[in-house]
Design a protein around this ligand. Structure first.
Ligand SMILES: [Ca+2]
Ligand SMILES: [Ca+2]
Length: 216
């Protein structure tokens, strides 16, 4: 910027901070000022920012345009955005991709009986002879199975009684995930304290019990 009686003083054209916040001001030399007829130049907002009134504000790419995979979701950041794994997916450090978490295999699902892994989540279901109470997410033994268990003198299983695999008549006691049926009395459950689900309240064998990790 030029000043003085003879326009022979070079002042800092940026001294009064004429540019909006977030941009840079460049002072013109006297020659440049004469040539361009301006005393300073303001830079554009940095990449990822846009001018909004008197300030550069972050662009929310997640609302506009972003490039994430099916298993990722967009997370806005200042000046950019990043793709993070969706709920139910976990970053695989080797492949650098988000892979589905197998909640059934990792024992983090809260299924009472059967667990089926799916992309991003899992589903729970019941053994044959049980009806899912979808409201409570509990498996309720039906009356015909209950009668068959009673006929087989298995009405006092520690957890409950079910049909054996591939059978609609033979029944057996079973235990919650993480526990094994005692190999001698076939009714009690032995837990090793590992891979035990934390169920909260569960209703098996018409008895409401509070099952917490490490207990049954
Ligand atoms: Ca952004
Ligand atoms: Ca899953």
């Amino acid at each position: 910027m030029l000043a003085g009686d003879n326009c022979n003083e070079d002042l800092d054209g940026c001294a009064d901070h004429p540019c909006i916040i977030g941009t840079n001001c460049t002072d013109m030399t006297p020659d440049e000022q004469v040539a361009q007829n301006r005393a300073f130049v303001c830079s554009d907002c940095p990449d990822g920012y846009t001018k909004d009134a008197e300030i550069c504000v972050d662009i929310d790419e997640c609302k506009l345009n972003y490039n994430c995979t099916e298993s990722e979701q967009c997370s806005n950041t200042q000046g950019s955005y990043e793709c993070v794994c969706k709920k139910g997916y976990r970053l695989d450090t080797t492949s650098k991709t988000c892979l589905d978490v197998d909640e059934c295999n990792e024992k983090t699902a809260d299924c009472q009986q059967k667990c089926t892994n799916t992309g991003g989540t899992y589903t729970c279901s019941c053994f044959e002879g049980y009806i899912m109470n979808t409201t409570a997410g509990l498996c309720i033994q039906d009356s015909s199975l209950e009668a068959q268990c009673k006929n087989a003198s298995l009405e006092d299983c520690q957890t409950s009684c079910r049909f054996k695999d591939n059978s609609s008549t033979a029944v057996e006691c079973f235990c919650l995930n993480g526990y094994a049926v005692d190999s001698e009395n076939h009714k009690l459950c032995n837990g090793n304290g590992i891979n035990v689900y934390c169920f909260g309240r569960t209703n098996l064998h018409n008895v409401t019990v509070l099952v917490t990790e490490g207990q049954i």
